[in-house]
Design a binder for this molecule. Structure first.
Ligand code: NDP
Ligand code: MG
Length: 376
């Protein structure tokens, strides 16, 4: 029986993780969960699964659990408390944004393995987080489908024999539009992802291709690769989740239907596998798999992510923080779709990089760019 805490239980990944746990009560026990504003979800989950601890974002929501036998905490400290709740073997970090960083660090320092969906943790502090995980002997198990794929392809392989990895990209909501056509797209269009149903922020990140840029950075730190070893390719069916090429030209790929419960479950059971009650991949029905070279001029956010990774230091922190602000503004109809990348480019150009930043410096730069007034 594995004890699991879920950070971000009301989100897209969080809800699918709860589903995995409820389908396998003989394998998994939910010890703690956090939500932000969707407190009704937390009350419902706590009623069904009887966790020891719940965290909500705001103090005024604590009273909503008074009829239940559960400890209730709140705010950023609450996230850390749930991440480190006693007796949990594993914390799933399914928060969105850099708010996920501090709880990840807290879990590591308490020797708790992490199933990581919150890619922003590795974008802003990948080097530091991986070094910390090594020091404390903690596993960081990827939940992102591409990284879960690479992780499976590397099972039992010698790291030194990897030639390169190729991360696949569906292309997002606007894959068939030209750059000119992108100028006037709406929030509603952007939220209409062709293959995956996900939270709003990552759906926009997929449309701008920033999500793929984040995944390049995430892969760099998870698998200890050189930038030149990380490639991306457009693959509109989202059936091949990613692949690894070895020095002898052999390529290993992991395939599956677009269903995030599979990588979530694998992170929960690793290195074992258990049944997943979902439709199997039917390649005869899929019939065709398509691939297309990635175009960094078309998808500027992907280029900015490679640039930020090359420059290093606090530049990826700026990339992420300005992106979080810009996506929120776009979702709020305050700026246009292409303003997202304009804002990021401007702020990256003006940023004075701190190399080898400490955690405090990372958090300070993140805070600065999250709270800054932007002129658009
Ligand atoms: P959602 O927006 O659906 O969920 C985010 C979760 O985080 C919610 O539970 C939300 O709470 C909580 N949350 C957000 N901000 C705060 C805060 N300040 N304090 C406390 N809780 C907070 O996101 P997704 O599930 O789509 O994505 C989660 C992470 O997984 C992201 O990093 C994403 O990139 C990654 N990922 C997601 C995939 C997917 O299929 N969705 C696929 C691969 C990676 P509430 O809603 O209650 O306010
Ligand atoms: Mg992904």
């Amino acid at each position: 029986m594995k004890n699991i805490a879920i950070l971000g239980a009301s989100g897209s990944i969080g809800q699918q993780a709860i589903d995995v746990i409820e389908r396998h009560p003989e394998h998994f026990n939910l010890v703690g969960l956090t939500v932000g504003r969707r407190v009704d979800d937390a009350v419902a989950i706590a009623t069904r699964l009887n966790p020891k601890i719940v965290s909500v974002q705001y103090e005024e929501d604590v009273a909503r659990f008074s009829h239940l036998d559960v400890k209730v905490v709140y705010g950023d400290e609450g996230l850390k408390e749930v991440a480190t709740a006693a007796h949990n073997d594993l914390a799933l970090n399914a928060l969105v944004g850099s708010v996920g960083l501090s709880p990840t660090i807290a879990a590591i320092e308490n020797g708790i393995d992490i199933a990581l969906a919150n890619k922003e943790t590795l974008v802003v502090a990948g080097e530091l987080v991986m070094a910390h995980a090594k020091k404390y002997g903690v596993n960081i198990l990827p939940v992102d489908s591409e990284h879960a794929a690479i992780f499976q392809c590397l099972n039992g392989e010698d790291q030194r024999q990897i030639k390169k990895i190729t991360i696949t990209a569906s292309g997002g909501s606007f894959r068939d539009l030209t750059r000119d056509q992108l100028e006037h797209v709406t929030v509603e269009d952007a939220l209409n992802h062709p293959n995956w149903s996900m939270g709003q922020k990552i759906t926009i990140d997929s449309a701008t291709m920033m999500n793929k840029g984040f995944e390049v950075i995430e892969a760099k730190w998870l698998f200890d690769l050189e930038i030149e070893q990380i490639d991306t390719i457009l693959h509109k069916e989202s059936i091949i989740h990613s692949m690894v090429e070895f020095v002898d030209t052999s390529v290993m790929a992991q395939l599956g239907t677009p269903d995030m419960r599979m990588p979530i479950q694998y992170a929960f059971t690793y290195p074992n596998r258990i049944e997943h009650d979902a439709p199997a991949l039917n390649l005869a029905e899929v019939a065709q798999l398509n691939f297309k070279k990635m175009d960094l001029e078309r998808y500027k956010c992907l280029k900015y992510a490679y640039d930020a990774l090359k420059i290093g230091g606090t530049m990826p922190v700026v990339l992420n923080a300005v992106n979080e602000v810009a996506v929120a503004k776009f979702l709020n109809n305050e700026i246009g779709f292409l303003d997202i990348e304009r804002l990021i480019e401007e702020e990256m150009n003006a940023h004075e990089v701190i190399q080898q930043p400490t955690l405090e410096q990372i958090l300070a730069v993140d805070h600065h760019y999250k709270t800054k007034e932007y002129e658009v």
